[in-house]
Write a protein that binds this ligand. Sequence first.
Ligand SMILES: Cc1cc2nc3c(=O)[nH]c(=O)nc-3n(C[C@H](O)[C@H](O)[C@H](O)COP(=O)(O)O)c2cc1C
Length: 390
Amino acid sequence: MLRFVTAGESHGETLVATLIGMPAAVPVDMQAVNRELWRRQQGYGRGGRMKIESDRAHVVSGVRHGQTIGSPIAILLRNRDWKNWEQALPVEDFQGSQQHARPMHRPRPGHADLAGCLKYDYPEARYVLERASARETTARVAVGGFAKLLLAEFGIGVLSHVVAVGDARLERPASWDELQALAAKDDVLLNCVDPEVEQRMKDVVDHAYRTGDTRGGIFEVVVHGVPVGLGAHIGWDSKLDGRLAQAIVSIQAVKGVEIGSASLASASPGSRVQDTIHYDKKGRRFTRGSNRAGGLEGGITNGQDLVVRGHLKPISTLRRPLESVDLRTREPAKAAYERSDVAVVPAAGVIGEAMVALTVAGAFLEKFGGDSLGEIRRNYEGYMEQVRRY
Ligand SMILES: Cc1cc2nc3c(=O)[nH]c(=O)nc-3n(C[C@H](O)[C@H](O)[C@H](O)COP(=O)(O)O)c2cc1C
């Protein structure tokens, strides 16, 4: 079983990620992992924080001589902003510490502030927002980078692109080649494969900047080269579509998930939704007329690309804040404003890649699991031989 846990506060000293269940002998390319972290920080619409941080994964266990060794992989990710918060968020209390505290008394509608205060019995929201913040996803992207390295050993790639920002929307599918070209770019705007649509997306973000507002959107994650047979139809918790849905919706501000063409499918007759089945006698393999199912039928991968979308609500910290209540007086007050992003869809796509990679790698290990890469490879090749014989 592949499992991971993250720890760390948004302005704490460091984020920590621990990944358990990675087999031994997977080659580790730290440049590739750090590239993922860099990609998470990109995108037009990010706030000042991303200018301060320049994330790099510092691996302290589980990797030796450039390979995994089968034991837990622990990763530290330092927060450069810590130097500005050391006194506000000390681990040990000190005399006079309260004068350095940065309490947050005016909860932001849409953020975890109020529900978190009520639940944890806090008089103000600092500790809630420190952990609810999407800074935590840096740790997810780091472990997701390792999941990607494992999948790449079997020719499986995981990439994303932005389908919509506000009402600016890409109305055509993106090819795998286009996604690869996007991922290789060193100047990320909104991570859309169509420059004209991307320009309209930028206009949407510019308008939000001008008006003190924020915007959401849709990202799409594609898994290419995935074998038939990951996940299972036999129980609610073994279905891969359900597991992917949880992985995607667990990302901060993601409120909806779509597998394949789900929104379109719900409004169309069945005859125009299902992917017809064919057999290529020469190539001796099954083919499909389309991929509206997004590569999943019965919670099992069917050998086509996996396609999963995440729908993001707009960021809840507004420069022109909404109505709220001051927790000290219970009187009406404008919600607090703290340095914030305006739109984060490209970054959410990269986080989506990490979550999908971890979920697919987990299902992959369940099917082909072994303690070392060599053992997994033998299991994988034996199974692929079985599929080819069909
Ligand atoms: C990449 C990314 C960056 C985010 N940045 C901010 C931000 O700067 N300000 C903010 O209010 N919310 C931001 N969010 C969203 C909040 O973390 C999220 O809305 C909050 O934790 C409440 O959780 P929920 O929206 O999932 O219910 C971001 C989300 C993502 C995915």
